[in-house]
Design a binder for this molecule. Sequence first.
Ligand code: CO
Length: 163
Amino acid sequence: MAKREIRIYPDDVLRQETIHVTEFAKGLHTLLDDMKETMYSAHGIGLAAPQIGELLRVTVIDVSEDGDDPLEFINPIITTKDGTVPSEEGCLSIPDFRETITRAECVTVDAQNRHGESFQVEADGLLAICLQHEIDHLDGVLFIDHLSRLKREIFKKKWGKRL
Ligand code: CO
Protein backbone atom coordinates (compact mmCIF):
# COMPACT_ATOMS: atom_id res chain seq x y z
CA MET A 1 0.00 0.00 0.00
CA ALA A 2 1.09 3.53 -0.63
CA LYS A 3 -0.17 6.86 0.54
CA ARG A 4 -1.03 9.08 -2.41
CA GLU A 5 -1.09 12.84 -2.78
CA ILE A 6 -4.54 14.38 -2.32
CA ARG A 7 -5.47 16.82 -5.07
CA ILE A 8 -6.65 20.17 -3.75
CA TYR A 9 -9.35 22.46 -5.19
CA PRO A 10 -9.28 24.07 -7.76
CA ASP A 11 -7.27 21.20 -9.34
CA ASP A 12 -8.90 20.39 -12.72
CA VAL A 13 -8.93 16.66 -12.06
CA LEU A 14 -11.68 17.18 -9.47
CA ARG A 15 -13.99 18.40 -12.26
CA GLN A 16 -13.36 15.69 -14.83
CA GLU A 17 -15.55 12.75 -15.80
CA THR A 18 -14.65 9.34 -14.42
CA ILE A 19 -14.61 6.03 -16.27
CA HIS A 20 -16.76 2.98 -15.45
CA VAL A 21 -14.51 0.20 -14.08
CA THR A 22 -14.49 -3.03 -16.13
CA GLU A 23 -11.30 -4.72 -14.84
CA PHE A 24 -11.48 -6.12 -11.33
CA ALA A 25 -7.86 -7.16 -11.07
CA LYS A 26 -4.67 -6.27 -9.25
CA GLY A 27 -4.53 -2.70 -10.51
CA LEU A 28 -7.94 -1.96 -9.01
CA HIS A 29 -7.06 -3.68 -5.73
CA THR A 30 -3.87 -1.65 -5.39
CA LEU A 31 -5.83 1.53 -6.08
CA LEU A 32 -8.40 0.64 -3.40
CA ASP A 33 -5.68 -0.13 -0.85
CA ASP A 34 -3.86 3.11 -1.65
CA MET A 35 -7.11 5.05 -1.32
CA LYS A 36 -7.81 3.55 2.11
CA GLU A 37 -4.31 4.31 3.35
CA THR A 38 -4.58 7.87 2.02
CA MET A 39 -8.03 8.37 3.59
CA TYR A 40 -6.97 7.08 7.01
CA SER A 41 -3.75 9.03 7.04
CA ALA A 42 -5.72 12.23 6.29
CA HIS A 43 -8.31 11.34 8.99
CA GLY A 44 -11.10 11.36 6.40
CA ILE A 45 -14.26 9.26 6.33
CA GLY A 46 -14.41 9.00 2.55
CA LEU A 47 -12.22 9.38 -0.51
CA ALA A 48 -13.04 9.25 -4.22
CA ALA A 49 -10.51 8.22 -6.88
CA PRO A 50 -10.35 11.66 -8.61
CA GLN A 51 -9.05 13.07 -5.31
CA ILE A 52 -5.81 11.18 -5.93
CA GLY A 53 -5.88 11.93 -9.65
CA GLU A 54 -7.41 8.63 -10.84
CA LEU A 55 -10.42 9.11 -13.13
CA LEU A 56 -12.23 5.89 -12.23
CA ARG A 57 -15.63 5.31 -10.61
CA VAL A 58 -14.21 4.12 -7.29
CA THR A 59 -14.72 5.34 -3.74
CA VAL A 60 -13.85 4.18 -0.22
CA ILE A 61 -15.77 5.11 2.91
CA ASP A 62 -15.39 4.40 6.63
CA VAL A 63 -17.99 5.95 8.91
CA SER A 64 -17.39 3.53 11.81
CA GLU A 65 -16.57 4.98 15.22
CA ASP A 66 -13.16 3.31 15.43
CA GLY A 67 -12.23 3.76 11.76
CA ASP A 68 -11.80 0.03 11.26
CA ASP A 69 -14.64 -0.84 8.89
CA PRO A 70 -13.71 0.32 5.39
CA LEU A 71 -16.29 -0.01 2.62
CA GLU A 72 -15.38 -0.16 -1.06
CA PHE A 73 -17.74 0.92 -3.84
CA ILE A 74 -16.95 0.33 -7.51
CA ASN A 75 -19.26 1.92 -10.12
CA PRO A 76 -21.74 3.13 -7.46
CA ILE A 77 -25.01 4.71 -8.50
CA ILE A 78 -27.77 6.16 -6.37
CA THR A 79 -31.02 4.46 -7.36
CA THR A 80 -33.40 5.98 -4.81
CA LYS A 81 -33.36 9.07 -2.60
CA ASP A 82 -35.78 9.89 0.18
CA GLY A 83 -36.27 12.88 2.48
CA THR A 84 -33.98 15.84 3.05
CA VAL A 85 -31.60 16.61 5.87
CA PRO A 86 -29.14 19.41 6.66
CA SER A 87 -25.56 18.20 6.45
CA GLU A 88 -22.45 20.01 7.68
CA GLU A 89 -19.67 18.88 5.37
CA GLY A 90 -16.03 19.31 4.62
CA CYS A 91 -13.79 17.72 2.00
CA LEU A 92 -10.17 16.55 2.03
CA SER A 93 -9.74 18.39 -1.27
CA ILE A 94 -11.04 21.67 0.21
CA PRO A 95 -9.12 22.06 3.48
CA ASP A 96 -10.29 24.31 6.32
CA PHE A 97 -13.78 24.92 4.98
CA ARG A 98 -16.98 23.45 6.38
CA GLU A 99 -20.51 24.47 5.57
CA THR A 100 -24.05 23.15 5.81
CA ILE A 101 -25.84 21.97 2.69
CA THR A 102 -28.97 19.89 2.07
CA ARG A 103 -28.76 16.19 1.25
CA ALA A 104 -31.22 13.34 0.89
CA GLU A 105 -31.81 11.61 4.22
CA CYS A 106 -31.89 8.03 2.88
CA VAL A 107 -30.39 6.59 -0.29
CA THR A 108 -30.19 3.24 -2.03
CA VAL A 109 -26.91 2.60 -3.83
CA ASP A 110 -26.12 -0.14 -6.33
CA ALA A 111 -22.41 -0.90 -6.68
CA GLN A 112 -19.83 -3.63 -7.23
CA ASN A 113 -17.16 -4.94 -4.90
CA ARG A 114 -13.46 -5.37 -5.79
CA HIS A 115 -14.24 -8.70 -7.43
CA GLY A 116 -16.97 -7.28 -9.66
CA GLU A 117 -19.85 -8.74 -7.66
CA SER A 118 -22.95 -6.54 -7.48
CA PHE A 119 -24.45 -5.45 -4.16
CA GLN A 120 -26.96 -2.94 -2.89
CA VAL A 121 -26.88 -0.74 0.22
CA GLU A 122 -29.76 1.07 1.85
CA ALA A 123 -28.27 3.84 3.94
CA ASP A 124 -29.32 6.61 6.26
CA GLY A 125 -27.42 8.82 8.69
CA LEU A 126 -23.74 9.55 8.08
CA LEU A 127 -23.31 6.73 5.55
CA ALA A 128 -26.08 8.15 3.34
CA ILE A 129 -24.44 11.60 3.46
CA CYS A 130 -21.00 10.23 2.76
CA LEU A 131 -22.21 8.14 -0.19
CA GLN A 132 -23.81 11.21 -1.77
CA HIS A 133 -20.66 13.30 -1.22
CA GLU A 134 -18.33 10.66 -2.69
CA ILE A 135 -20.57 9.72 -5.64
CA ASP A 136 -20.78 13.45 -6.45
CA HIS A 137 -16.96 13.42 -6.72
CA LEU A 138 -17.23 10.70 -9.38
CA ASP A 139 -19.35 13.12 -11.44
CA GLY A 140 -16.97 16.05 -10.93
CA VAL A 141 -19.31 17.63 -8.36
CA LEU A 142 -18.03 19.12 -5.08
CA PHE A 143 -20.04 19.88 -1.96
CA ILE A 144 -19.47 23.60 -2.52
CA ASP A 145 -21.63 23.25 -5.65
CA HIS A 146 -24.58 22.65 -3.32
CA LEU A 147 -24.05 25.88 -1.36
CA SER A 148 -26.64 28.60 -1.54
CA ARG A 149 -25.58 31.58 -3.66
CA LEU A 150 -24.74 33.67 -0.61
CA LYS A 151 -22.67 30.94 1.02
CA ARG A 152 -20.87 30.33 -2.25
CA GLU A 153 -19.84 34.00 -2.33
CA ILE A 154 -18.50 33.63 1.21
CA PHE A 155 -16.55 30.56 0.13
CA LYS A 156 -15.03 32.38 -2.83
CA LYS A 157 -13.92 35.26 -0.63
CA LYS A 158 -12.36 32.96 1.97
CA TRP A 159 -10.70 30.77 -0.62
CA GLY A 160 -9.42 33.77 -2.56
CA LYS A 161 -7.48 34.84 0.52
CA ARG A 162 -5.74 31.47 0.65
CA LEU A 163 -4.37 31.65 -2.88
CO1 CO B 1 -14.84 15.33 -0.77
